[in-house]
Design a protein around this ligand. Sequence first.
Ligand SMILES: [Cu+2]
Length: 441
Amino acid sequence: MVTRRDMFRLTGGAMAGSALLAASANNATADPAYAQTVDPDGVYTPGEPNRDYTPVTTPNGTTLPFRIIDGVKVFHLVAEPVQHQFAPGLQARCWGYNGHVHGPTIEVVEGDRVRIYVTNRLEAPTTVHWHGVIVPSGMDGVGGLSQRAIHKGETFKYEFSVRQYGTLMYHSHHDEMTQMGMGLMGMIVAHPRAPKTSIPDRDFVIMLSEWAIEPGTFRPDTNVMSDFNILTMNARCYPGTAPLVAQKGQRVRIRFGNLSAMDHHPIHLHGYAFQITETDGGSIPKAAQWPETTVLVPVGSTRTIDFLADNPGDWAMHCHMTHHIMNQMGHNIPNMVGANFSAVDEKMTGLLPAYMTMGTDGMGDMGKHVEMGHMAMPINSIPMVGANGPHDYITMGGMFTILKVRENLQGYEDPGWYQAPAETQAKPASTDELIRDGIET
Ligand SMILES: [Cu+2]
């Protein structure tokens, strides 16, 4: 007699068994909350990029390479100090994996058997926890609870079968406040063995995190509890963030993870409404999804959004907490908005020709003044806001990037700024228009 399990063994990872997999999936997903299309006890051939899945893109980041040894996908993570640039003009001595902050994205396929070696090149002991991944208890990577810490110079081996699909994470689980604050984290994407929904054309991965780096210093301060001043997407703050590029008509997926110490981030996308389709717990049934333009990504969670890129343009995508779109914002400065400092400025310029009182009209001009050389900045620091845009200065920094959707792309390099058709471009109102519409100014 051939049992259901035997059938899985016989069909292996081949898509020929997909009808059977789909039938089984209904039974399998009835119990666990996590998303699954494989038999948890089945044996599958290792999933290969562009054959079994469309690889994800990690803007400003990279994907961890692997080797297949006797049917097992073998990865090697090296925890080590990394000199990391957050944006031009700001870098710090952080901790990361394989020369990157954050670590490379680990991409696997449901049903894969994976073996992940972790070498510790830090002075401090460490561990790696596979956040949201259903693993045997001894592979969970919690220092003291699941294993002893990996000491300096040691290499540990983690091995498990991937029995779910979705957007997951990895991070140090030893001296968590320090080690995650220094950057020891990365994203994991597990692709479904037998996808139940359409596969996206563009699939992006973005880790949200936060840092405290005082201007003029070169090391994140992990003791800070609330005054984080560098807010990042894939460990970069604007203008250091790379744009997300898609062609009109493509199905786009963006997978957010948040391992900030203390802050949830409501990420808002302009130009689109999207569906929230996954959490790190699994995929959300179609009937339970609802449309949004802002997705709240809580600390210690992932959220996946899906939409059709049918609206060409340059679209802002940013945390909607306004203090999270500033760079190295000091929060202990006096409130200057609306104050009249013209007499002070006049007297001060006699003493210091470059003197200028900042903040009376808000902070929007600060980046511009720095760029024009009107304002001196401490060493290793960046303006609170922005960069030059196509129309004027962009007054956002921090957790901000741009989704660029174009009619025709030659590739996925930055296509430059969007040229809006003249009739769709906001511009100063003409006198004729004001008279015609009875607008008095
Ligand atoms: Cu935020």
